[in-house]
Ligand binder design. Structure first.
Ligand code: S3P
Length: 265
């Protein structure tokens, strides 16, 4: 056997060992998940991930490979999160709530936490139409936008892969949207007070429904029309005032554990 063949054999053997070790690791990850569930301990813990990466880094003798091995470990841990979240949440997590309630930001944070993808319906509409939401409202009108929103909701709800979905604030205005989203996911209402909403969005001119009257009064008036719809659509309600994006995301993950009813409504 030539030298190259011998080295390739050695690599094959190491890959086999790697696969076996990774499989063992993933089985333990599943057992940790079950144990944490039983004990009521949060399953997703970033600090613990940092500790693991640091510890493994200290085992690497050749410092030249330090960075690569750390980045492989990061990937391994993202896979663990994915395995756990696929098992725990095999459905879309759908965020609803008024403009400025933090749906898109929380969706991105949750997606990173759960190693799922996040999908922003408004952003997808903008990409599909190659136009901003305010331009669509201006040139085609709100009802054309609502039609696009309805079609997209239908399309996303039917996807096999599950996502963290952030919706536009008015998605609940159409009952068909709520039914489609409920069938494929758990709906989480990010409940935010009018004052807080005003502070978050008053500088932003991109919200067509508030462009002529950006005030707490107008927000309150719209909220009054919509609150019962958010309430009715929601499987879970999370108060967001004075909470960080990370706190909100962890609270959702914790509470989702008790609502495992997606697709069974
Ligand atoms: C709307 C909210 C917006 C966007 C559109 C209509 C609404 O989304 O869909 O301007 O009716 O509340 P955000 O809630 O993400 O701002």
């Amino acid at each position: 056997m030539g030298e190259l063949d011998m080295l390739r054999n050695e690599i094959d053997q190491l890959d086999r060992e790697l696969a076996e070790v990774l499989e063992k690791r993933m089985n333990v990850v599943m057992r940790i998940m079950e144990a944490k569930k039983r004990m009521g301990i949060p399953i997703f813990n970033r600090e613990r991930e940092h500790e693991v990466i640091e510890k493994v880094g200290s085992y690497v003798v050749n410092k030249q490979f330090h960075e690569e091995i750390e980045s492989i470990l990061q990937k391994v841990m993202a896979c663990s999160r994915k395995i756990q979240s696929t098992h725990l949440f095999p459905y879309h997590i759908v965020l609803i709530g008024f403009m400025g309630s933090g749906k898109s930001t929380v969706a991105r944070e949750m997606a990173a936490m759960l190693a799922k993808k996040s999908i922003d319906l408004d952003q997808l509409i903008e990409e599909k139409q190659a136009s901003s939401i305010s331009e669509i409202f201006k040139h085609k009108g709100e009802s054309a936008f609502r039609e696009m929103e309805k079609e997209l909701v239908k399309e996303m709800a039917a996807q096999k892969e599950t996502f963290v979905i952030s919706t536009g604030g008015g998605v609940i205005l159409n009952e068909e949207n709520v039914l489609n989203l409920k069938q494929a996911g758990v709906i989480v209402w990010l409940k935010t007070g009018a004052e807080e909403i005003y502070h978050r969005i008053s500088e932003n001119k991109e919200r067509p429904l508030l462009k002529d009257d950006m005030s707490v009064e107008k927000i309150n008036a719209l909220l009054e029309q919509r609150t019962s719809l958010y309430e009715r659509a929601a499987d879970l309600v999370i108060e967001t005032d004075q909470k960080s994006v990370n706190e909100i995301s962890l609270e959702i993950v914790k509470k989702l554990g008790s609502v495992n009813n997606a697709g069974e409504n």
